[in-house]
Design a protein around this ligand. Sequence first.
Ligand code: FES
Length: 75
Amino acid sequence: MVIRICMGSSCHLKGSYEVVEKIKALNIENLQLYGSLCFGKCEKGINIEINGKLISNVSPENVQEIVKKFIKEGE
Ligand code: FES
């Protein structure tokens, strides 16, 4: 699983660092976690990309649910 998290200033202000911590806490096997430059969709941030799929409106509160759903659906 490859996850990219927007580290642009808008997403950063909304808590993308916390999102990173929440993802790390899931201890996902073979996870490749990257920071990314602004995805250009700041108004919909926090934005992350899971296996190439862009997901908007992510927050520290909902990110674990979102990632788990991806894992359950076989990525
Ligand atoms: S700062 Fe995250 S999409 Fe622009």
